[in-house]
Design a protein around this ligand. Sequence first.
Ligand code: FES
Length: 199
Amino acid sequence: MSRPAALLRNAARQARIAPSPGGLQTPLPRAGSSMTKRPLSILRSASTPTRLTSPTAISSRSFTSSSVQRHGEVTRPAPGTGIKVTYRDSKGNDIKTVEGNEGDDLLILAHEYDIDLEGACDRSVACSTCHVIIDPKHYDMLPEPDDEENDMLDLAFGLEDTSRLGCQVKLTKELDGMVATLPAATRNMYVDGAKARTH
Ligand code: FES
């Protein structure tokens, strides 16, 4: 049987046994009665395509976004309001005192102020070219380095007791006044092998 014919037959069957609100079935009207015309209208409506999706059924999707932090960019604090860090060279001379915000790390801050701290692996903790030596007072305020950082520090040139990877030192308010000394040289084992690069 073709599909339209099957549809018509089903509709006719349902028209003849229409359920009443109480669950009882409505008897089939006699042929020739005025009710016999009703199945025809039902048949017509049965062949009319039904719109299944109303406009209100399409729910609008919402999404949220967060601000983008791009590498190599920091927002400079207004002068006198930031956390002060002094970068010093290996001979004990101050290179520059700069101000950063909470959460900035020593590497990004150095790049922002053109201080020669390399950062070859871009914070992947896969080099030691961002090695800095922190003054003892502020070193004790820092969270302990994790194993990955310790592994890289082991490869650093001129390692000292208060050595850290600059990219792993994040500023907090209590670090205000910190001094970060650049070692005399850095070593990028993955690029240079054991050859040190002087600052
Ligand atoms: S940039 Fe390589 S470990 Fe910090």
